[in-house]
Design a protein around this ligand. Structure first.
Ligand SMILES: CC(C)(COP(=O)(O)OP(=O)(O)OC[C@H]1O[C@@H](n2cnc3c(N)ncnc32)[C@H](O)[C@@H]1OP(=O)(O)O)[C@@H](O)C(=O)NCCC(=O)NCCS
Length: 184
């Protein structure tokens, strides 16, 4: 009898650190990572400075604008999640994410988002988390829907990707919907 392969694939999140800058630059250059989203080529120094300026404690005090985490699979860096807070008074933020090619389509991002959303809705003042993705990015839409996000509409010609304007879907998840879903 064949012995089934043991796969742990434990997904964890940790705040991004300046030492991750080169990894972030490499991931951003991968073809599959850029397929559905316009990512500027940023030098390592800028990525490092961005990460160095984040104060993760601010998120839990209702302050700060941009926060970034590294998604890990069995302790190995696999991708990132970014949270941009647009308005603390109303508790509004937007999430963005990507995985390096070899870690895609293994259910990793859904698990990573579950960890983050649980933290955000239990430990911060955020009330509404938004996400946007290109209408062709079916994998990303599946992840959002599996995570409880609702599609709210189509943003026409939202960004330019390889010379072509691309429509996006807008998704959101409200704290009350998230908590009600957890109770079920
Ligand atoms: C999009 C992305 C984050 C998804 O994360 P992931 O961990 O690979 O996704 P999961 O494995 O949890 O789920 C993907 C789901 O989409 C489905 N899917 C993926 N591509 C698909 C396609 N072209 N058509 C239909 N379904 C597709 C998978 O079958 C899976 O569905 P299931 O959970 O019902 O089995 C990841 O692939 C990625 O980083 N891509 C490159 C960067 C990117 O596009 N980021 C998002 C920008 S909005």
């Amino acid at each position: 009898m064949a012995v089934p392969e043991l796969r742990l694939n434990q997904v964890t999140l940790r705040p991004a650190a300046p030492r991750d800058a080169d990894l972030l630059r490499q991931w951003r250059a991968e073809t599959s990572v850029r397929r559905y989203q316009p990512l500027n080529e940023l030098p390592t120094a800028q990525l490092r400075a961005d990460v160095a300026s984040q104060r993760m404690a601010d998120l839990y005090r209702g302050r700060g604008e941009k926060f970034q985490w590294i998604v890990q699979v069995d302790g190995q860096p696999a991708g990132w999640i970014t949270l941009v807070v647009s308005n603390w008074e109303h508790g509004l933020a937007e999430v963005g994410y990507a995985l390096s090619t070899v870690f895609q389509n293994r259910g990793v991002m859904s698990e990573a988002l579950a960890i983050l959303l649980d933290d955000l809705f239990h430990n911060t003042l955020l009330e509404r988390v938004e996400a946007r993705c290109a209408v062709e990015n079916v994998g990303s839409q599946r992840v959002l829907e599996k995570s409880g996000f609702e599609r709210e509409g189509r943003l026409r010609g939202y960004f330019k990707l390889r010379g072509r304007r691309v429509d996006n879907f807008l998704y959101s998840l409200l704290r009350e919907d998230y908590l009600a879903r957890r109770m079920r």
